[in-house]
Design a binder for this molecule. Structure first.
Ligand SMILES: [Ca+2]
Ligand SMILES: [Ca+2]
Ligand SMILES: [Ca+2]
Length: 321
């Protein structure tokens, strides 16, 4: 990994690491890491690494609020991660104290903390069926349902403190839904799947990934005020996936799976950034570079690197400028 295009890579952690998330202020990075048989949540802050969880069960998929004071994640309910009677619960960590915030027999998956740290949203698969879900929100000590089963809502993400984006399945694939002030609205409606939404802090601009008729993924930018959709990255034989975005929408990063010249099996997988109307590559060299998470100002991008020759050799890397 060499320096290029304005961003300097800095390796924060090496090991069986994944799912990095950077705080809005750019000062904290959290991720999950397997040591021995145990997966826990780790944090980088002020040049130091701390282990935030020490439960012997599997702790995965952390999220972190703007100032790094609250971290949430999902924990498997039993010791054996392959135990069919187990399910995920939602955990919140606040200034050194860990609390289980949802632990029914259903899967409470991938809890998401709002930037101000006041609300946690997760999907609950009702009877543990793993198919239909409702989204639930914890705020001021009580949990309420945001959706009903027939909404088929999943994978919520925050866009600022007052907008949520999620994926709603229907017979035509899936659409992006925006939820504001208690109202849910479908903001995409083309056939196929529009997925992985990432929004600006005002919830007005939404980036997402969608596949064309030949199953080639491209990235789109939707301005919900004008209703205009623009394809911002759309090369053939390149899957432009998993956008992350700065708070004003001026910087977008994604994982670029370039299958040109390498065949269908192995893609050249690098991080790209769009800024001022131009797309540029910001990681280089061997291995998979993916799963970006961006600070509000667009100057820090955390990502996961995987050695394709030895997949337990991974790193959490920060791109900084
Ligand atoms: Ca653990
Ligand atoms: Ca549960
Ligand atoms: Ca493409």
């Amino acid at each position: 990994m060499i320096n290029a295009n304005g961003f300097r890579p800095k390796v924060l952690a090496v090991g069986v690491v994944g799912a990095p998330q950077v705080s809005g202020d750019g000062k904290t990075v959290v991720w999950n890491q397997k040591v021995g048989d145990n997966v826990d949540i780790y944090r980088y802050r002020d040049g130091q690494i701390d282990r935030l969880s020490s439960d012997p069960r599997q702790d995965i998929h952390p999220t972190v609020n703007y100032d790094g004071s609250v971290v949430t994640w999902a924990r498997w309910s039993t010791l054996d991660p392959n135990d069919k009677t187990g399910n995920f619960d939602a955990i919140a960590w606040k200034e050194g104290h860990e609390q289980t915030v949802a632990a029914t027999p259903a899967n409470e998956s991938d809890p998401q903390i709002s930037p101000d740290g006041s609300k946690i949203v997760w999907s609950n698969d009702v009877n543990g069926g793993g198919y239909k879900s409702v989204l639930q929100c914890l705020e001021n000590g009580s949990v309420r349902d945001l959706t009903v089963e027939s909404d088929n809502a999943n994978f919520p993400v925050w866009a600022g403190n007052n907008s949520l984006l999620w994926r709603a399945f229907d017979e035509n694939g899936s659409d992006v839904v925006r939820y504001q002030d208690g109202q849910a609205q479908r903001i995409t409606s083309v056939p196929g799947h529009e997925v992985k939404p990432a929004g600006t802090n005002d919830g007005q601009t939404v980036f997402y990934q969608a596949a064309d008729e030949s199953n080639d993924d491209d990235l789109y930018r939707l301005d919900t005020r004008t209703g205009q959709t623009e394809r911002i990255a759309g090369l053939k034989k390149v899957d432009e996936d998993w956008p992350s975005v700065s708070s004003d929408g001026g910087v977008v990063a994604w994982t670029n799976f370039d299958r040109r010249g390498l065949g269908e099996i192995s893609a050249n997988t690098q991080i790209y950034v769009r800024e001022n109307g131009e797309n540029r590559q910001v990681t280089f060299g061997p291995g998979l570079h993916g799963q970006t998470s961006m600070s509000d100002d667009g100057n820090k991008i955390a990502f996961q690197w995987i050695n394709t020759a030895f997949i337990d050799n991974r790193a959490i890397v920060m791109l900084e400028r």
